[in-house]
Write a protein that binds this ligand. Structure first.
Ligand code: SF4
Length: 360
């Protein structure tokens, strides 16, 4: 098949093989790739709506025993700069976010072996009791797995306990690139690719929707990026439990791994090929936190139908050198400036038009 035929096939919803995905990613001219991805997005959602969620990320602890080389956020156990927030601290942040209209909170941090499952159960129960309108979309697969290790429980039993306490869904964090070679180099102590997929599968089978992410631009090859898409697509074929795919690029400035920051064109290329390759994923999210709002705006023409969250507070990426923040008004301005209509959604993609900004 010619490249044009492949793009036409994918834009029409046809499935690309792994080899075809690699070829399209490496060889298709950027604007043709983007046009095909945008055509696919407009077929899936023939509307000018672009959704976003009002949320915040609360990084409750930076203590972590996993030590990923791409991470500038964590501190090892007993380090003088390690911190763990009290429940009152976390609740104060949730209260503040709820006042700003947040419907989702992402409580996420390092894998801190000092924290037992009861600590999370008590925290989630308090959040649920004090803020019943806020969904707890929290804890990465690494944190779930860390708890399973500390407690001597299966990840499924940890999920069941936390679901009972109020955990509604899981963010797709900690996937990076789900290829063994890459993980051995950048996060050797982290949960293995098959285990990451296994925890996600358990969560999804328990009825907890999850997102999926890809952190690209560290040491992986272009082929390995498509392999990552492929393992995500295979799990989605099985469970249909992923709501959205969120590619974001590695920020190297203050990390032990260092390296170079991806370019804007590389970001757009990854978005477009993700939209085309992941034919079974409902949504593609523009993660504007690392590339910035203006590139996030361009992402709306490269397959994205969602702007993610407002992220009222976040430390992991900002500590690695990203300086992008945004108000709701700025986020909506970027969307409407691109000719789309900003629409607030919740964690489950229910539209919440009553939450539109008065000035929008
Ligand atoms: S990325 Fe997550 S698991 Fe890895 S060191 Fe940082 S906090 Fe720990």
């Amino acid at each position: 098949m010619t490249l044009s035929n492949l793009l036409e096939k994918a834009a029409g919803g046809g499935r690309l093989t792994l080899e075809e995905g690699v070829r399209v990613y490496k060889e298709a001219p950027l604007h043709e790739l983007g046009a095909a991805a945008h055509a696919r997005r407009m077929t899936l959602y023939p509307t000018s709506d672009v959704t976003y969620v009002i949320d915040t990320t609360i990084n409750y602890t930076n203590v972590c025993n996993v030590h990923c080389s791409f991470c500038a956020f964590f501190r090892p156990e007993k380090h003088g700069e390690g911190y763990t927030m009290s429940h009152d601290d976390v609740l104060a942040r949730v209260a503040w976010a709820a006042e700003q209209g947040a419907t989702q909170i992402m409580i996420q941090g390092g894998v801190n072996p000092e924290l037992r499952i009861e600590w999370f159960e008590r925290l989630f129960r308090r959040v649920r009791a004090e803020h019943p309108n806020v969904d707890i979309h929290s804890l990465s697969v690494s944190e779930i797995n860390g708890l399973a290790n500390v407690e001597g429980m299966s990840p499924r039993d940890v999920l069941l306990r936390l679901r009972e306490a109020g955990l509604k869904s899981l963010p797709g964090a900690g996937a990076e690139i789900l290829v063994e070679r890459v993980r051995k180099r950048i996060s050797a102590r982290k949960i293995k690719p098959d285990e990451w997929l296994g925890v996600m599968r358990e969560a999804q089978l328990l009825g907890m929707p999850t997102t999926a992410t890809m952190m690209f631009g560290s040491i992986e090859t272009e082929e390995e990026r498509i392999e990552h898409l492929d393992v995500m697509r295979r799990l989605q074929d099985e469970t249909h439990g992923f709501t959205a795919f969120i590619p974001w690029y590695y920020v190297p400035y203050k990390t032990p791994l260092r390296g170079k920051e991806s370019t804007g064109l590389e970001y757009l290329r990854v978005l477009a090929v993700s939209r085309l390759y992941l034919d079974n994923f409902p949504h593609l999210q523009a993660s504007w936190l690392t590339p910035g709002l203006k590139l996030g705006q361009l992402a709306l023409f490269y397959g994205c139908d969602d702007m993610g969250g407002t992220i009222l507070e976040e430390r992991v990426v900002t500590l690695a050198g990203s300086t992008n923040v945004a108000t709701r008004a700025q986020l909506e301005n970027i969307v409407s400036g691109a000719g789309f209509r900003p629409v607030v959604r919740d964690t489950y993609w229910n539209l919440r038009p009553e939450m539109a900004l008065a000035t929008a």
